[in-house]
Design a protein around this ligand. Structure first.
Ligand SMILES: O=C(O)CCC(=O)C(=O)O
Ligand SMILES: [Fe+2]
Length: 572
């Protein structure tokens, strides 16, 4: 066993046994499976549905329906039965059906053993568990045990490739989110601090060499990053060492100093605990979230449940990566025709003005989009840290989708379709200091193409500006808060109720600045069109377009305000 392993499955080992599915065809039942001592017929009372408690999750997580009694019932079920059923859990039916369907298909395959069969000493894979001697009685079943979380434990050799794109990644992410809710609720019931409870289950960050690249299945069908390309540009961190600033970076029209300031508290701050914690459930807070999306398109979230250690480790590893010598960073440089990796985006001509920044772009979800060639291995914890961070962020985003559906009065299931095969990518921005800070821009004015962005400043230097009432405002995030912004796709599906706001990044004269933006969008083939509930007498304000088409158009342009969004507006 690898001493640094985080995989519980490496703690087990099980002797190989015959395939029970094959045995069942023969009609012969080998002695090893017969259990005369177990009397199957008598002593069994059927617990019908009524007796096994059914807990209604909506009554526990929805501010409108919160029911104290249901909460006590959950505690009672854990104490008295140790088992319960969970209804209204918010996992889209479509996703459950797809998962079941994929699993059924896998077990119908004639040659499923090939490729995914357990190997001696491991329990990952297709076979059985808990078999330690040749005499032992064994169970009448075959099992498939793929390792799921943390990501580095996934040994893709044991993940079926038939049916293709088996839906385990997304369904297990949703299940994790349900588990998070339950931990929170159980903490309340037990009278312990919910954050302490979440910390226990938040997954330790440990290092282990990840999957070997060759084993990864890549899929262009679900990867937004293959839709873009960008010309190579000089490394800005290196340029910043000299006092000369090449003409291509100077933007005389930018006077980054002429800006209005925004008071720290003016940008809405949403307390997620007040929306996710049944005891603190607060209708006002939901209204605040709604008005933040409508009036600002930007807000901060606090009490989001992502442990501080996870955030600190993320910042730390990012800072360490950018401190490496150029040669080491360039090992994961973008390759021509791709935007994944270390480089820049949106550069399409040699004349184009450039942004004063280097970026690292990575695909995160679905996990087959992870191209590990571009994932740093230095610092050695980088991959694990990013995996932990992004999976927690994906869960927060999922909760936000649910809350937004409630605020908008649209069908929660429709909204959740947005996240059922969610694409997640990150862009880590490194903005070196610049002697002529007010003549350059770190990131040109743009709105984000995707549905929701979670932004974290990875050091304490401010630089994000948003455009409101034709003025630029500097944002100073609260410590421990995330900045969330509505992207173009969210504006489209809400028929313009929620606003995707222009923003940019400015440069500091003395200090570098780092940020990590995590982008979330629906799967590529989803058609973006306004929710029917939000179409009033003015009709649909945006034309229907697939995520893939929108992303391709966005990547093909220069970053230029809200140009891409303007092109799909039906009324200008
Ligand atoms: O660095 C920032 O604060 C902004 C980043 C951003 O807007 C982006 O990456 O899309
Ligand atoms: Fe952005």
């Amino acid at each position: 066993m690898n001493p640094k392993s985080t995989s519980p499955l490496e703690l087990g080992g099980s002797l190989p046994v015959p395939s029970v599915q094959e045995l069942a065809r023969s009609g012969e039942i080998p002695e090893r499976y017969l259990r005369p001592e177990e009397d199957h017929a008598s002593h069994v009372i059927t617990v019908d549905d009524l007796e096994l408690p059914v807990i209604d999750q909506v009554k526990l997580v929805d501010p409108e329906f919160f029911d104290k009694e249901e909460h006590s019932r959950l505690g009672w079920a854990c104490r008295e039965c140790g088992f319960f059923q969970l209804a209204n859990h918010g996992i889209p039916e479509e996703l459950i059906e797809k998962t079941k369907d994929d699993i059924m298909k896998f077990f119908k395959l004639p040659k499923k053993i090939e490729g995914v069969k357990q190997i001696p000493g491991h329990i990952d894979g297709y076979d059985q568990m808990f078999v330690h001697s040749e005499e032992q009685k064994i169970d009448w079943a075959d099992v498939l045990i793929p390792n799921i979380q943390p990501f580095q434990n996934r040994d893709m050799t044991f993940w079926p490739t038939n049916p293709p794109g088996i839906h385990l990644t997304h369904s297990t992410l949703k299940i994790e989110k349900v588990a998070d809710h339950l931990y929170r609720l159980m903490a309340k019931d037990l009278g312990v601090n919910p954050q302490d409870m979440l910390n226990i289950f938040s997954g330790q960050i440990q290092s282990r060499e990840s999957l070997s690249e060759g084993r990864q299945k890549k899929s262009s069908m679900s990867n937004p990053l293959v839709l873009g390309r960008s010309l190579p540009v000089p490394n800005v961190q290196e340029l910043a060492r000299s006092d000369q600033i090449p003409e291509r970076y100077l933007k005389p029209e930018v006077d980054a100093t002429s800006l209005a300031t925004i008071d720290d508290d003016e940008l809405p701050v949403i307390d997620l605990m007040k929306l996710l914690d049944p005891e603190l459930i607060d209708r006002e807070e939901l209204l605040k979230l709604g008005s933040a999306c409508k009036e600002w398109g930007f807000f901060q979230i606090i009490n989001h449940g992502i442990p501080e250690e996870v955030i600190e480790k993320t910042k730390d590893d990012i800072n360490k990566f950018f401190k490496l010598p150029l040669k080491e960073k360039e090992a994961i440089k973008q390759i021509p025709g791709h935007i994944e990796g270390y480089g820049q985006m949106f550069v399409h001509s040699e004349e184009q003005k450039l942004d004063w920044a280097d970026v690292l772009i990575l695909g995160i979800l679905p996990s087959q989009n992870r191209d590990l060639r571009f994932w740093p291995t230095n610092p050695s914890t980088f991959r694990d840290t990013l995996d932990t961070y992004t999976s927690k962020v994906a869960r927060v985003v999922d909760s936000l989708y649910g809350l937004m559906a409630k605020d908008l009065g649209v069908d929660t299931q429709d909204m959740l379709k947005m996240s059922s095969d969610q694409l997640q990518t990150v862009r880590i921005n490194y903005y070196p200091p610049c002697k002529q800070a007010n003549k350059v821009l770190g990131l040109s004015p743009h709105s984000d193409a995707n549905a929701l962005t979670v932004l974290l400043q990875a050091n304490d230097v401010p630089g994000l500006q948003i455009r409101k009432n034709d003025k630029w405002f500097l944002i100073k995030p609260k410590p421990g808060a995330f900045i969330i912004n509505v992207g173009d796709m969210m504006e489209i599906i809400t028929n313009g109720r929620y606003k995707s706001i222009e923003h940019r990044a400015i440069i500091n004269m003395e200090e570098e600045r780092l940020s990590i933006a995590t982008f979330h969008s629906p799967r590529l083939d989803l058609v973006l069109r306004p929710f029917p509930e939000l179409i009033d007498s003015d009709g649909e304000l945006y034309k229907a377009i697939t995520v893939k088409e929108y992303t391709s158009e966005y990547f093909a342009g220069k970053l230029n305000g809200k140009n891409a969004l303007e092109s799909v507006k039906l009324r200008k």
